[in-house]
Each structure stands twice: as structure tokens, then as C-alpha cells.
Design a protein around this ligand. Structure first.
Ligand SMILES: *Cc1c(COP(=O)(O)O)cnc(C)c1O
Length: 500
């Protein structure tokens, strides 16, 4: 494979990218122990640097470059006005240690965002602290745990998790020191009610349910599920990472959910990928308010006709504590605030209408070509199989890799686990009909290729800068530091820090 040169390789001794002004203050020598001769910094011109990084950026793929139907991740277009707002110097330059008298604007923004997120979810309170969806889940489950312990009920140690849940749900449960009880799905992809009822007893702390499920489906017995869990004294957690499917249509708090999280970096269009940055606010009803992670923003002095209220920090009385240093990922909060204000209530409802419409449209175009195991009206995404009986040897991975040749980011692969060779497709509301038509047409072309010329798929991708990587080796011999690249293909580097 041909790789871009490292910036060190285009270095020329003596070349320089900046011209510093004449020194107009007295000079002193730097302490010798700060000078490191071995640093070997690249010597390059400004143009070298610009071209180097722009070239690298072109090798990358992102929502600003093309369609990105990565299921469950909501890779929708992030309006640039969000970026303008987040870069306003008063926000971007804030230091987290500033006092409340210097940060009333930022606190007001956070207070409004808390209030709107409570409104959208039908919940009573919100904490903006969690820095990711998974951390929002973790906070919510700790709140449930503390709620039971606070009532003096120490035997509730089990959390029910349907097998169509997002993988973070069982992980969260274990991290919180509770036991995962996996519930089967019925043949329609809904929770198996008989199994649920059999599992409900006085050791159940609660249930975590992903809505829509990772099959992209809305649970059809939702009210019975909630009733069964509440009936045995458990609380209901909703994984709301994909509120994109229901904003302005369904308020989880109104149908009985006790606590949930949002993914601002999905539903509220703050850019994400490659591990961050994220924001996973947690929202809860009256019962759990005292347990919210904190501090949260509160009105500490009411306003009147002349004065706005004074905002400050409030630690809920039985809080599970802090889950993040300072006040969450503030830049993400500014973007989400901007997005909500830009759209308004009706706009957010339209976001969900179009997200669901687009997913159902692509599903309708593809259901005759690909097998869709739970084929019914879907939410913001759907799951189909990447395999055919009459195309032996073709896997979901081959289809995804081939999509890259056509300029698309692959869908989510091999998830959920209950669908063999799963391809999970989330088109999002920001894509046009032309894009969706072209994408579906490409998937049909690939289906034809899979039957007529399977090698094309097995060897894909053909046109990307890096071909098919050895994913097993990459996972087993994780190399996190920079080593000379050309040798990789022949002999994997052996580093003492490698994980086994
Ligand atoms: C993305 C996602 C999560 C996890 O969110 P992170 O911010 O990646 O931690 C949890 N649940 C569902 C349903 C998701 O789609």
C-alpha cells in the first residue's frame, strides 16, 4: 500500500515556516534541561505543512464529504451555525474556574438547555455533566441503584436488558456493579413478555431498554413492559441516544420512564466520531431528581421585570456525585443549544418525521433485494442481512468494503447480534431523496456483483488509500505509537507495551 510521507520525511534542514519579529525585549537563555536535542522537529515551510495536512484530511471520510449511514450513530449533517456559536469568544475562551458572576451567560445557556431537554423528554430534571451516551447510562443506573439503597432496599441487584439493546447497556450495568439479566426478543423483534414477567421479582432494580431498539423498531408492548417492571418495584431506564426517531412525537417521561439519557452528539447534531467529543445529559422524573449527578445549574435568585434571574450551581441533595470534571463538554452544549433554537419545537418534530421517513424509504427500496428479518415500519434505522443463500461466501463485511469503492461510508456491521451478518442502516433526515436513491441503487448493484463476481467484493476496497486491513491483527496487536510504517506489512512490530 502507498502511504503518505510522514511530515518528518519532507523535512529539509534549515527550512522554516515562520518569520519571527525582531526581539524588542531583553533576552535570556532557556534552562538547559528544557532543551532536548533529540526532539528532531521537522523543518518545513508553511506551504509544506498546509499541503501535508490537507492531503491527509482528504484521505479521511466524514459527513461533510459524503453519505454516512452508520446505524445507531446518527451521522447527520452538523449545521455550521453551531460552530459559529461555539466559537464566540465569550464561550470558547471561558475558563471553568470562573465564578458565577463572570459566567451568567454560560450558566443561562446551560439552564435553558436543561429546561428544554426536560421538556423534550417529559422529565423533571436534567444534568448536563455526562460526557458521552455511555456515561449518561452509567449515571442513570447509579441513580436507580442509589434510589433503592436510599429506601433501605439492598436486595435489588439485577437489571433486565433485552437482547436487542445497545451493547453499552449491559456494559453499563456491569460497571455499576449490578447483574445483567438478558431478555429474549419474540419473533417480531419485541421484548418477549412472558420471559419479562417471569424475570420480574423483588431483586430487580430496573430495566434498561433501547428505544427504538437496535433493530430500529419501536417496542409495541411498551406500556405492558413498563407496567411489568414498575409492578415489581423496578425502575425504567430508557436509552435515548436515538431520540432522533421520536422528538416532538413521544415524551418518554409521559409514558412512565423514570430516567434516560440523550446523545447530544447524535440527535442534536454536534460533530462526533473517532471517540469524541460527546455529551450525554441524563434526564429523570420527580422520583429520581435528588440523585442526579451534579452540580446542575439552578436559579438561585428569581428575576423580575428589570433583572434576569441569577444562575448558580446546585448539588442535588442525594446526588450520586460528579461524573465529570467541571461542567461537561461545554462546547457541545453550546452547539446543542444553538441547534434547538434554530429548529424550535416544530422543527425538532420535523427532524424526527424526516429521519423516520428516510429510513422507511430506503428500507422500501431494498427489501426485495436484501433479506430484512424483522420487516415492519421502522424508526430512524433498519437492519438487513448481508448474505444470500445463493451467494455463498459473501459476508456483510464484503458488502461494506465494496460500498467504500462507490464512495460511501459503510453501515454498522454485525450489530445487533441477533441478526446474522447484520447491516444496520441509518440514513438520517439531512439526506436528500437523490442521495438515498443513489445509495439504494448502489446496494442493488453490489447485490448483483455478489452473485456474478464475488471476488470483486472479497477484494474490496479497491480505490481507498489503504486496502482491507487485518482487523484481527489490529485488535490483537494494538500499536498506539508512531513507528516506521513501511515495515508493517512484512513484520508486525513487537513493542513491549502491546496488549495481548
Ligand atoms: C451511541 C449509542 C450509545 C453510546 O453513546 P456514546 O456517546 O458512544 O457513549 C448508547 N446507546 C445507543 C442506542 C447508541 O446509539
Amino acid at each position: 500500500m502507498k502511504l503518505e510521507p510522514l511530515i518528518y520525511e519532507i523535512s529539509v534542514p534549515g527550512r522554516c515556516g515562520v518569520r519571527l519579529p525582531e526581539v524588542d525585549v531583553p533576552t535570556t537563555d532557556l534552562p538547559q534541561d528544557l532543551l532536548r536535542a533529540e526532539l528532531d522537529l521537522p523543518e518545513v515551510s508553511e506551504m509544506d505543512v498546509i499541503r501535508h495536512y490537507v492531503r491527509l484530511s482528504h484521505l479521511n471520510y466524514g459527513v461533510d464529504k459524503g453519505f454516512y449511514p452508520l446505524g445507531s450513530c446518527t451521522m447527520k449533517y452538523n449545521p455550521k451555525v453551531n460552530e459559529d456559536a461555539a466559537r464566540l469568544p465569550g464561550f470558547a475562551g471561558l475558563h471553568p474556574r470562573l465564578g458565577i458572576d463572570e459566567t451568567q451567560g454560560a450558566l443561562m445557556l446551560m439552564y435553558y438547555l436543561q429546561t428544554w431537554l426536560a421538556e423534550i423528554s417529559g422529565m423533571k430534571g436534567v444534568s448536563l455533566q455526562p460526557a458521552a451516551g455511555a456515561q449518561g447510562e452509567f449515571s442513570g443506573i447509579l441513580m436507580i441503584r442509589k434510589y433503592h439503597l436510599d429506601r433501605g432496599d439492598g436486595k435489588r441487584t439485577r437489571i433486565l436488558v433485552p437482547n436487542s439493546a445497545h451493547g453499552t447497556n449491559p456494559a453499563t450495568t456491569s460497571m455499576a456493579g449490578l447483574e445483567v439479566v438478558e431478555l429474549p426478543s419474540d419473533e417480531n423483534g419485541d421484548v418477549d413478555l412472558a420471559a419479562l414477567r417471569a424475570a420480574c421479582d423483588d431483586t430487580v432494580a430496573g430495566m434498561m431498554i433501547t428505544v427504538p431498539s437496535t433493530l430500529g423498531l419501536f417496542e409495541r408492548h411498551m406500556l405492558e413492559v413498563i407496567e411489568a417492571v414498575h409492578g415489581c418495584g423496578g425502575l425504567m431506564y430508557m436509552d435515548g441516544a436515538n431520540m432522533n426517531a421520536m422528538m416532538g412525537v413521544l415524551k418518554p417521561g409521559e409514558i412512565g420512564f423514570d430516567v434516560m439519557h440523550y446523545n447530544l452528539h447524535k440527535t442534536f447534531s454536534t460533530p462526533h466520531g473517532g471517540g469524541g467529543p460527546g455529551s450525554g445529559p441524563v434526564a429523570c422524573n420527580e422520583k429520581l431528581l435528588p440523585f442526579l449527578p451534579g452540580p446542575i445549574v439552578a436559579e438561585i435568585e428569581p428575576g423580575d421585570d428589570e433583572q434576569p434571574p441569577l444562575y448558580g450551581w446546585h448539588m442535588p441533595e442525594k446526588s450520586i456525585g460528579r461524573v465529570k470534571a467541571f461542567h461537561g463538554n461545554f462546547g457541545m452544549l453550546v452547539r446543542a443549544y444553538t441547534y434547538i433554537r434554530e429548529n424550535g419545537g416544530p422543527g425538532l418534530r420535523d427532524v424526527s418525521y424526516y429521519a423516520v421517513l428516510n429510513a422507511n424509504y430506503v428500507l422500501a427500496l431494498l427489501r426485495d433485494t436484501y433479506h430484512v428479518p424483522y420487516d415492519r415500519f421502522c424508526g430512524h434505522e433498519f437492519v438487513m442481512e448481508g448474505r444470500w443463500k445463493d451467494a455463498p461466501g459473501i459476508h456483510a463485511l464484503d458488502i461494506s468494503k465494496r460500498l467504500m469503492d462507490y464512495g460511501y461510508h459503510p453501515p454498522t456491521n454485525y450489530f445487533p447480534l441477533i441478526v446474522p451478518e447484520a447491516l444496520m442502516i441509518e440514513p438520517t433526515e439531512t439526506e436528500s431523496k437523490e442521495t438515498l436513491d443513489a445509495f439504494a441503487e448502489t446496494l442493488k448493484t453490489i447485490a448483483r456483483e455478489a452473485h456474478e463476481n464475488p471476488e470483486l467484493l472479497h477484494e474490496a476496497p479497491h480505490i481507498t488509500p489503504v486496502g482491507r486491513v487485518d482487523e484481527v491483527l489490529a485488535a490483537k496487536q494494538l500499536v498506539l505509537c508512531c513507528v516506521p510504517i513501511p515495515d508493517w506489512a512484512e513484520q508486525p512490530p513487537t513493542l513491549s507495551t502491546q496488549s495481548a
